[in-house]
Design a protein around this ligand. Structure first.
Ligand SMILES: [Fe+2]
Length: 233
C-alpha cells in the first residue's frame, strides 16, 4: 500500500485559480497527510494555522468578495491525487440561510469565517446502531465570527449545522476527501453530505437519528435559526 503511495501519484487538476505560492504550500500540507507525515490532528493544526495566516492578508480576504447570493462559491483549487482529492473555496451563506445538520464520509475539512456571524453546532458520532440509526452527542454550540476556525474529520466533530445570523457570511473552506484509512462507515462509497435531525435527545443528551436527503433537510431546517431548537443542558 505504502509503495503505491510513494510511486508517482496520478494528479489531475480540475480547477486552478490559486496563486502559485498558496498552491505550493497547500499541496505540501496535503501531500504530507497523504504520505503519512502528518496525523490527521497534525494536519488540522497546520491547516488552521494556514487559514489564519491567509485570513490576515487583505488581498486574500478580498477574494471572498467574488461570492454573493447569485455566485455562491468561488473556487481556488480542485485537484485529485490518485483516489484522494482536495479543494479550497470561498462560499457565501445568505442572511438566515442554514446549512442543515449533516455528517460526512471520509472528509477532513477546515473552515474559517472571513466575514459575518455564524451560529454553529458541532456533534460527535457516537456509534452506528444495529438498526442503522446514528447516535450523536452535541460537542459545541457557539457563535463564531471573522478569524474563527471550525474543523471536521472522520473521528472528530464530524457532524455540524450552521446558520448565518444578522447578515450574510463568507467562509473559506479547505476539504480533503479520501485520506482516512479507517472510516466510521465502512461501505459508504460517496463523499457527500448525509443529512440528519439532531433536535431530539434523551436525558443524557444522546441523539438517535435516521438519515435523509437534502430536500427533507431543507424542509426541516432552511431559514430557521438554530436557537429555535433547544440543546441538552
Ligand atoms: Fe459539512
Amino acid at each position: 500500500m505504502i509503495d503505491d503511495r510513494v510511486e508517482s501519484p496520478r494528479i489531475r487538476t480540475k480547477i486552478s485559480k490559486i496563486d502559485d505560492l498558496l498552491d505550493e504550500t497547500l499541496f505540501r500540507h496535503i501531500d504530507n497527510l497523504r504520505l503519512g507525515g502528518y496525523s490527521v490532528d497534525e494536519f488540522q493544526t497546520a491547516l488552521a494555522e494556514f487559514c489564519k495566516l491567509n485570513a490576515d492578508d487583505p488581498e486574500f480576504v478580498a477574494l471572498g468578495d467574488n461570492t454573493s447570493v447569485e455566485n455562491q462559491s468561488h473556487w481556488l483549487i480542485k485537484r485529485h491525487i490518485d483516489h484522494c482529492r482536495y479543494s479550497a473555496l470561498f462560499y457565501h451563506v445568505a442572511d438566515n440561510e442554514a446549512h442543515p445538520p449533516h455528517h460526512h464520509h471520509n472528509v477532513i475539512s477546515t473552515q474559517i469565517v472571513i466575514s459575518g456571524k455564524l451560529h454553529l453546532r458541532e456533534y460527535e458520532r457516537v456509534e452506528r446502531r444495529g438498526d442503522g440509526k446514528l447516535v450523536l452527542k452535541l460537542a459545541s454550540d457557539r457563535m463564531i465570527g471573522p478569524g474563527d476556525v471550525f474543523q471536521a474529520s472522520e473521528w472528530s466533530r464530524n457532524v455540524h449545522w450552521f446558520c448565518a445570523v444578522d447578515g450574510p457570511v463568507v467562509i473559506f473552506n479547505i476539504n480533503a476527501r479520501g485520506f482516512e484509512d479507517k472510516t466510521f462507515d465502512v461501505d459508504e462509497g460517496t463523499f457527500g453530505r448525509c443529512y440528519i435531525d439532531p433536535t431530539q435527545f434523551d436525558e443524557a443528551g444522546l441523539i438517535v437519528t435516521e438519515e435523509f436527503d437534502a430536500e427533507h433537510a431543507h424542509e426541516l431546517f432552511q431559514g430557521r435559526e438554530l436557537k429555535e431548537f433547544p440543546v441538552p443542558t
